[in-house]
Ligand binder design. Structure first.
Ligand code: GLY
Length: 366
């Protein structure tokens, strides 16, 4: 359920200060309203959380909501939801059919965190298992560790009874990879000068030509939920950056970067350029700022400002000196107040409350 705040309420909540706005008195009548979104129970996810249904009728956010309101454990509910995206080959940024690495191999990253139990598990560079989020949960539930990687993560998954497949490409993800290979210098290790043109621009060209959905280039699903008792959990799962150098690990499986949950405070998770987020451990920063009293919206915007301020390499900046890439956060506190924030541009994220699923607009920094 969302609530519009008048300018006076807006200023009172501190939201205006948090987004760096100083509204003069005489613009009171025309100042834009800020939407405070609050509902409990609530599920918040990246947009793809209300797009794909795999073989069923419900999307990720609908499934999570149904599960947790039916009494399923909060993290188990989240995983039942993200599994839909992992299994659906239409979501080319997650699980089966995710866009592969530079060698044409689908390597998956995932993390999950259980607020009430204060437990977490992750896997990185995992090949051959369609549902890396469930392997992450198995790491959490069955080991003393938080992160397993590469062939050993696969061996662990096999030992835990997961089916291992030779190849997680769909026909579509393989076609896209072949097209990318066709476009690049076969050396694949360009020097400093050519790095941007050959690697990044070949991918971006394919986005512009409609061959890849922009959301899928760094695509990921992050999903966070709060149940009626205020229990919080989250999961982030991805095939990572399309055409990445084999072995590259993004932010998604790194606790504090692609996901952070504190059961006493709330959750934050991300999609977008993982490197920016790894450098800043932004999900942790956002949750810590909520612990200090910031709203999810203010905390999310503060995280984006940190990324902007720490992005100084010229190859990562646009003509105005701002980051040329995008990063988005999905933030919720245990009271059920939530926000979606984006570094650049517009767009929307998915939410499910007692009023059903909807897309809500991001608040943008740039
Ligand atoms: N955020 C997904 C990635 O960079 O791998």
């Amino acid at each position: 359920m969302s609530q519009r705040l008048s300018r006076r309420d807006f200023m009172k909540t501190g939201a205006a200060a948090g987004v760096g706005l100083a509204l003069p008195r005489d613009v009171e009548a025309t100042a834009p309203a800020v939407i405070v979104r609050r509902s409990r129970p609530v599920v918040v996810s990246s947009r793809n959380g209300h797009v794909y249904r795999h073989d069923g009728t419900l999307t990720c956010v609908e499934t999570v909501f149904q599960e947790m309101t039916g009494g399923t454990d909060i993290l188990d509910s989240v995983l039942e939801g993200v599994k839909i995206n992992e299994l659906d080959p239409g979501d080319a940024s997650v699980g089966y059919g995710g866009l592969p690495n530079g060698d044409g191999v689908v390597q998956l990253d995932a993390s999950c965190m259980h607020g009430p139990r204060k437990q977490a598990g992750s896997v990185a560079c995992l090949e051959g298992v369609r549902t890396p989020s469930f392997v992450a949960r198995a790491v959490m539930a069955n080991t003393d560790h938080h992160l397993l990687v590469g062939p050993d993560a696969q061996r662990f998954a096999r030992n835990m009874g997961f089916t291992i497949e030779d190849d997680l490409n769909s026909d579509d993800s393989r076609d896209r990879w072949l097209e990318w290979r066709r476009r690049i210098d076969p050396s694949r290790w360009p020097g400093e000068e050519d790095r941007e043109r050959i690697g990044f621009l070949s991918g971006m060209e394919m986005v512009e030509e409609g061959l890849i959905d922009a959301e899928h280039y760094w695509g990921t699903i992050n999903c966070n939920a709060v149940n009626s008792q205020g229990e919080v959990a989250g999961c982030t799962t991805t095939s990572g950056l399309a055409w990445k150098i084999p072995g590259r690990v993004g932010d998604s499986p790194i606790l504090g970067a692609g996901l952070y949950v504190d059961g006493e405070v709330g959750a934050a998770g991300s999609t977008g350029r993982g490197e920016a987020n790894l450098f800043n451990l932004t999900s942790f920063l956002i949750v810590e700022n909520m612990r200090r009293g910031m709203s999810p919206l203010d905390a999310g915007m503060e995280g984006l400002r940190r990324i902007r301020d720490n992005t100084v390499e010229r190859r990562l900046l646009d003509e105005e000196g701002n980051p040329s890439f995008n990063v988005r956060f999905y933030v919720v506190n245990r009271e059920g107040e939530y926000a979606g924030v984006t570094l650049r541009g517009e767009g929307e994220y998915a939410v499910c409350t007692e009023n059903g699923p909807e897309f809500a607009p991001f608040e943008a920094l740039l």
